[in-house]
Design a binder for this molecule. Structure first.
Ligand code: GDP
Ligand code: MG
Length: 163
């Protein structure tokens, strides 16, 4: 069976950084500025002998969250159509934003398998801040730092369980 995971989330939460870590190549372009246009990016990952395909639902057009929303909704629906599991990435530095709520609503209705990933948990203090993401109503949270790789083992265990 095909195992496809799509990484979704609003701009600048660290989707491409996570994608790069999963495929262990520098394939996606990490944007230091939010909202730079990038194409969707495909790669392959592997965890405890389970191989899967991963989609980085990269790019959005401009820097205004209002203008993002339609494009993000499109990307999320594409991901729901294409993928077996959705990795929904949020940012502990930013907390829950309106766009996070909007994406969570779509994902909840989709009945897809979701892995809710709280990124930028670079130190233990931030695990406390991350608890608010239970409020998205998507179940368990996986606290990671895409930058250091911390927490990604538990996240990947959860991912391969959902295929
Ligand atoms: P995307 O727009 O969701 O694809 O986000 P990017 O992967 O392009 O990352 C956006 C910014 O967040 C970049 O400046 C990254 O270096 C930074 N970033 C990504 N992951 C982490 C992390 O785990 N911790 C911290 N502190 N910054 C991160
Ligand atoms: Mg990106």
């Amino acid at each position: 069976s095909s195992r496809i995971v799509a990484i979704v989330g609003r701009p600048n939460v660290g989707k491409s950084t996570l994608f790069n870590r999963l495929i262990e190549q520098r394939k996606a372009i990490v944007d230091e500025t939010a909202g730079v246009t990038r194409d969707r990016n495909y790669g392959k990952g592997e965890w405890i002998g389970v191989e899967y395909s991963v989609i980085d639902t990269g790019g959005y057009v401009v820097n205004s969250e209002d203008v993002f929303e339609a494009e993000i909704n499109k990307q999320v629906h594409l991901a729901i159509d294409e993928a077996d599991v959705i990795m929904f990435v949020v940012d502990v530095e930013a907390g829950i934003t309106d766009l996070d709520d909007a994406i969570a609503n779509i994902l909840r209705r989709s009945k897809k398998e979701i892995v809710l990933v709280v990124n930028k948990v670079d130190n233990h203090n931030r695990i406390l801040d991350a608890q608010e993401f239970y409020g998205l109503g998507l179940g368990e949270i996986y606290c990671i730092s895409s930058m250091t790789g911390s927490g990604t083992g538990d996240m990947l265990d959860a991912l391969v369980d959902k295929f």
